[in-house]
Design a protein around this ligand. Structure first.
Ligand SMILES: [Zn+2]
Ligand SMILES: [Zn+2]
Length: 359
């Protein structure tokens, strides 16, 4: 069961750092083991509160927690086992030593995968290499050499022990065998008793078309193996999409600038605009203004959930020549003269407005 740190501290998800701190102080005071010497639940609660506060009180950790949630399969490690999120995996997964009574699920793994803009647009299959641990072949994960295992004396092999607290009998994981019911007397040489070996595994990842930066894919069961017969954890693929030299993404729409000459803008033209695959004809109407935007319907990205297509927006950039030949200059002088001292209507409009403001 994944614990919700916000719930543990009794604050809203958008709580301010002050609120978190104040709520933490109250709870830590209430559940402090010194104030509750005979209450194991209070101690557990106190640990939980501290764990939650360590994450939510740290801006970076809190942001990561908000984005990815717990990265711990058994709900314990939280960020202590989270490690670096750059494909590097957890090392101290099984050293938590919390004496649990059930077979734990293996640790979840996190891998950051960068894909090209086009790969995200059309989908692809990538092969990644993850470092993780696998069950030791020689001992099948038990950690014991052949015959090197005996039934735990303390729990008689049940994996749990009962103790009484007031009128109640409480069962908890056996602290001697960690809940496995067995004690290793002669550890397996290959894995030195851990039951696990380091390995590198190639995993194929299907990138669906339309995926965007920040989306997370899950491959169930591709995390670390579960100790003591527990289920394996999951592999989380955090996807980052590289920038495109021309296209910018806006949800499922794409936006690009497109340069045209000032004569094309004035006279109109038909142009070939780059789209995700190839080019598309687009009409530039006479009198097009700089920054004017045209839409190419359905030329955007596919929505990864609904399958619907976004659009492409083309923002026209009117280019003014930086150098003129003598002939071009003469032609333009002649053009300028053709106004006979009058202003271009759009400019005229502006100056009329100014006049109104001044008087
Ligand atoms: Zn035991
Ligand atoms: Zn082994």
């Amino acid at each position: 069961m994944a614990k919700d740190y916000y719930e543990i501290l009794g604050v809203e998800r958008n709580a301010s750092p002050e609120d978190i701190k104040s709520s933490y102080k109250d709870l830590a005071f209430k559940y402090h083991p010194d104030r509750n010497p005979d209450d194991d639940n209070a101690e557990e609660k106190f640990k939980e509160i501290n764990e939650a506060y360590q994450v939510l009180n740290d801006t970076d950790k809190r942001a990561r927690y908000d984005s990815f949630g717990h990265m711990s399969g058994d709900g314990m490690g939280g960020f202590s086992g989270f490690g670096d999120i750059f494909g590097d995996l957890f090392d101290d997964v099984f050293t938590g030593g919390m004496g649990r009574s059930r077979a734990r699920q293996g640790q979840n793994l996190q891998y950051n995968l960068e894909v090209d803009f086009d790969e995200a647009a059309f989908g692809t299959q990538k092969e990644i290499k993850i470092r993780k641990r696998k069950l030791c072949d020689d001992c099948s994960g038990s950690g014991a050499a052949v015959g090197g295992e005996s039934i735990c004396d303390r729990c008689g092999g049940r994996g749990s022990v009962a103790f009484s607290q007031g009128p109640f009998s409480i069962s908890q994981g056996c602290p001697s065998c960690g809940g496995s019911g067995k004690i290793i007397t002669n550890p397996c040489k290959s894995c030195r008793g851990s039951g696990l070996l380091h390995t590198e595994k190639a995993v194929k990842v299907n990138i669906p078309a339309g995926i965007s930066s920040g989306m997370r894919l899950v491959i169930r069961g591709e995390g670390e193996p579960g100790p003591q017969g527990g289920l394996p954890g999951d592999l989380y693929i955090q996807v980052g999409v590289k920038e495109h030299p021309i296209f910018r993404r806006d949800g499922n729409d794409i936006v690009c600038e497109f340069p045209i000459s000032f004569t094309q803008a004035a006279l109109g033209d038909e142009v070939d605009v780059p789209i995700l695959k190839g080019t598309n004809k687009m009409k530039i109407p006479a009198g097009t203004q700089p920054g004017q935007t045209f839409r190419l319907r359905g030329k955007g990205l596919v929505n990864v959930e609904s399958g619907s297509l976004g659009d492409q927006y083309v923002v026209v950039k009117v280019v003014i020549p930086q150098k003129l030949t003598k002939k071009q200059r003469e032609a333009l002088m002649e053009f300028a003269g053709s106004y006979n001292g009058k202003k271009e209507p759009l400019i005229e409009k502006y100056f009329n407005k100014i006049k109104e403001l001044i008087h």
